[in-house]
Design a protein around this ligand. Sequence first.
Ligand SMILES: [Zn+2]
Length: 308
Amino acid sequence: MTTFLYSNPICLEHLTPPGHPERPDRLRALEAVFEHENFAPLKRLEAPMAAEDSVLLAHPERFLARVKAAIPEEGRARIDEDTSVSPRSLEAALISVGGALAAVDAVMDGETDNAFVMTRPPGHHAERDKAMGFCLFNQAAIAARHAQKKYAVERVAIVDWDVHHGNGTQDIFYDDKSVVYCSTHQMPLYPGTGALKETGQGNIFNAPLSANDGSDHFRDAFKSRILPALENARPDLIIISAGFDAHHRDPLAEINLVADDFDWATGKLMDIASRYNGNRVVSLLEGGYDLLGLAESAGSHVLRLMRG
Ligand SMILES: [Zn+2]
């Protein structure tokens, strides 16, 4: 397998308040992991900044204008209780989008089998018309629409194993059967959505887990709900909303996964991709707030992407 790794140092300059879990050190911890010789075969690329127009693939113009207006000239400003912006946050968010679009292009054009986009802010809580939960723009959703628009891809699957439900991605595709959204997440937990009965047009597959469920429950949810949905959808492209906050060390949740679970889940998705679309997998960093847990988990995930 060939794997592209996208990053950009401007993502370190999206600043959140002291003590905020979604902090620049997350990317520094990942950079340190990918320096190990195991990762030497990765092709490293700078995530480009997306044009503002690409945000409109998943969000209305008034939303983009509101986010831009919220960016302060100095210091920090709050969009909501959890979501802060600093002077370079718009650039960082457009890089999160741009990295996702570049990864889709590289995978669709056959330049690489798969790609991991290591940027922040994350995106899966950003609804069509609302930035929230540390997220400004929903890069997974934008990337899916980009693949459909530019490559005439019919069926895109977004698989979200972040421990929080991706309410934003669900919101954007709730009435759009062309994108299948599958999520494992802890419930009850922020943001409160993600029940089994939220099914959209038959294209939303939620697999809620309970606090203290561990690896077995997570893998059972994958085997019983997520993988059958993907088999049925036969996706032309798989986008992973790769949050690593279901790791047992994470301070925000209690699902208690280990790094090996992310290796396993990655392998299962690659197996689907090998059968239906020639290995096309684009993985986008979402959450993961314990630096060691994040590093171990993302390391296992990317090693699997590289090795198949
Ligand atoms: Zn999360």
